[in-house]
Design a protein around this ligand. Structure first.
Ligand code: PGA
Length: 253
């Protein structure tokens, strides 16, 4: 059985005092939840304070990005070593905003995946098509390229620590969610790909999160789908009650 994961991507939001408050309140609301992984990804500058706020709670810390070197002359960058040092357990990689705004490509993201895995950080690899690509029938080709490229030379053993997030770009921050069926269809396609690239065991065990306008009102339907193992939540993760409700999704049968 795959353990569900609900991850909050705070993006470029929450100053130090706001971040400490949100993390503290979330830790309180989630104190007794152990049957699912709860993750928050704040900005770099508040990571260590948030780590302090959530210690002794089930909430895990993630970063939103990293650079694929340990240390050295890389002005302005942060490496997995430093993230691990402040208490991060996971790192979001290949988010569509980084692909689009900062020109990140699959080869660069793949280097980050390897560096993260090498220091014991679990990568959440984000993939997803734009509206144009979906309309042009390129969706499966794009997803295949992003997953193959992102996971190049990752081993079967390393896949135990990899989480994939399917985030259709047209659903991010737009209020448009993929329907439960649209999301399920893509998740099932991705799982099939993992079987081809690795094996059946990896395909069955890998968690695939859905992201893109996940809210308290749509999480239950999404989580009822066979191949949706969790959510990567942007906007709704900035409000403690909304995010706690998403964390406490009800599994419909
Ligand atoms: P959203 O963002 O929930 O605000 O759509 C999701 C994401 O970008 O991870």
């Amino acid at each position: 059985m795959r353990k569900p994961m609900i991850a909050g991507n705070w993006k470029l939001n929450k100053t130090l005092s706001e971040a400490k408050k949100l993390a503290t309140e979330l830790a309180q609301q989630c104190q007794d939840i152990h049957d699912r992984d709860i993750v928050i990804a704040p900005v770099y500058t508040v990571l260590s304070s948030v780590a302090e706020a959530i210690k002794n709670s089930p909430v895990q810390l993630a970063a939103q990005n990293c650079y694929p070197e340990d240390n050295g002359a890389f002005t302005g960058e942060i490496s997995p070593l430093f993230l691990e040092d402040v208490g991060c357990e996971l790192v979001i990689l290949g988010h569509s905003e980084r692909r689009q705004l900062l020109g990140e490509n699959d080869a660069f993201i793949n280097r980050k995946i390897h560096k993260a895995l090498a220091v014991g950080l679990k990568p959440i690899l984000c993939v997803g098509e734009t509206l144009q690509q979906r309309e042009d029938d390129q969706m499966l080709e794009i997803l295949t390229r992003q997953i193959k490229g992102g996971l190049d030379k990752v081993t079967v053993e390393q896949m135990e620590d990899v989480v994939i997030a399917y985030e259709p770009v047209w659903a991010i921050g737009t209020g448009k969610t993929a329907t439960d069926e649209q999301a399920q269809e893509v998740h099932s396609f991705i799982r099939g790909m993992l079987q081809g690239l690795f094996n059946q065991q990896v395909a069955t065990a890998t968690r695939i999160l859905y992201g893109g306008s996940v809210k308290p009102g749509n999480v239950d339907g999404l989580m009822a789908q066979d191949d949706i193992d969790g959510a990567l939540v942007g906007g709704a993760s900035l409000n403690v009650d909304d995010f706690a409700r998403i964390v406490k999704f009800e599994k419909q049968v």
